[in-house]
Write a protein that binds this ligand. Structure first.
Ligand code: NAD
Length: 284
């Protein structure tokens, strides 16, 4: 039996603290504001944006949504980003991905001012993370690091295996774990003998997007297992990338889905918006 890492509870505590910080800022006449750009009609994106809006409302962060038609041109998207960059009442800018194929998301992320890039996707902020400098860390990896901190899990010298090399989860996680002195292995769809890598992991972090892909035989006894995946199983039930029921018996710590990494991601976004607000205040 393992300790189940309660991301829901931890995220709630973080949001409560942020609410107090937000009130303090408001008492000083500063109103934190997040601008979110949503392009097209992607249903999951609409749900993610709605959840972010709810979290902002709970904490007291002003939320502005920019809904753009799916046929928008790159120029129109960049013009909006530049307008938001110049608007001093806006502290954080988030471009919800995915965006339609005709648009260049890399250019769009590059155009968001690094100081307002609360998702940590601007190459300047990615570079700062690599150099272990203060920056906006993308929210899912940041949330996972906060979980380790809250449960007193020290990464020093640990073998961490990450599965999935996306720009938003796997790649920034490499740096986050390295910055905490872990020995990091990153696996992906072209990795051979995946099990050899998962079996040696003291900490296994999985971000693939395949329901119950990690089975009990792939996990070392007493490993710490972090499940980033969000999937639906054959019955439409929300599941992670880990076969929780069986892996839970072998792991020392494990995150559930739902109620694990997901709520932490949103809490860290809120944290980044307040960080952006404070940074801009200092620069003014
Ligand atoms: P992605 O969908 O962009 O890419 C999937 C990654 O998995 C790729 O790097 C690929 O190489 C790897 N992969 C695929 N099949 C594999 C296999 N058989 N063996 C080894 N590696 C394999 O990744 P993403 O955007 O990081 O999303 C991954 C999952 O995490 C999805 O389910 C997504 O919904 C979820 N997610 C959750 C949160 C959260 O807050 N909880 C945040 C982001 C993503």
């Amino acid at each position: 039996m393992s300790v189940i890492i309660d991301g829901k509870k931890l995220a709630k505590e973080i949001r409560e603290n942020l609410k107090i910080k937000c009130e303090e800022l408001k008492e000083r006449g500063i109103e934190p504001k997040l601008a979110v750009i949503l392009v097209g009609n992607d249903k999951p994106s609409q749900i993610y944006v709605k959840n972010k809006s709810k979290a902002c409302e709970e904490i007291g962060i002003k939320f502005e949504e920019y809904l753009l038609d799916e046929n928008i041109t790159q120029k129109e998207l960049i013009n909006l980003i530049e307008k938001l960059n110049k608007d001093n009442t806006i502290h954080g800018i988030l471009l919800q991905s995915p965006i339609p194929e005709q648009l260049d998301i890399n250019e769009a992320f590059r155009k968001i001012l690094p100081e307002k890039d609360v998702d940590g996707f601007n190459p300047v902020n990615v570079g700062k993370l690599v150099l272990n400098q203060d920056t906006f860390v993308s929210c899912t990896p940041y949330g996972i690091m906060k979980m380790f901190e809250a449960y007193n899990i020290d990464l020093t010298g640990k073998n961490v295996t990450i599965i999935g090399r996306s720009n938003i989860v796997g790649k920034p996680l490499i740096q986050c774990c390295l910055n905490k002195n872990a020995t990091v292995t990153i696996c992906h769809s072209k990795t051979k003998e995946l099990k050899e890598h998962t079996k040696k992991a003291d900490i296994l972090i999985v971000a693939i997007g395949k329901s119950k892909f990690i089975t009990e035989d792939m996990v070392k006894k007493d490993a710490i297992v972090i499940d980033v995946g969000i999937n639906r199983d054959e019955n439409g039930k929300l599941t992670g990338d880990v076969d929780f029921e069986n892996v839970e018996k072998k792991a020392s710590f494990i995150t559930p889905v739902p109620g694990g990494v997901g709520p932490m991601t949103i809490a860290m976004l809120m944290n980044n918006v307040l960080k952006a607000t404070k940074n801009l205040e200092i620069n003014d």
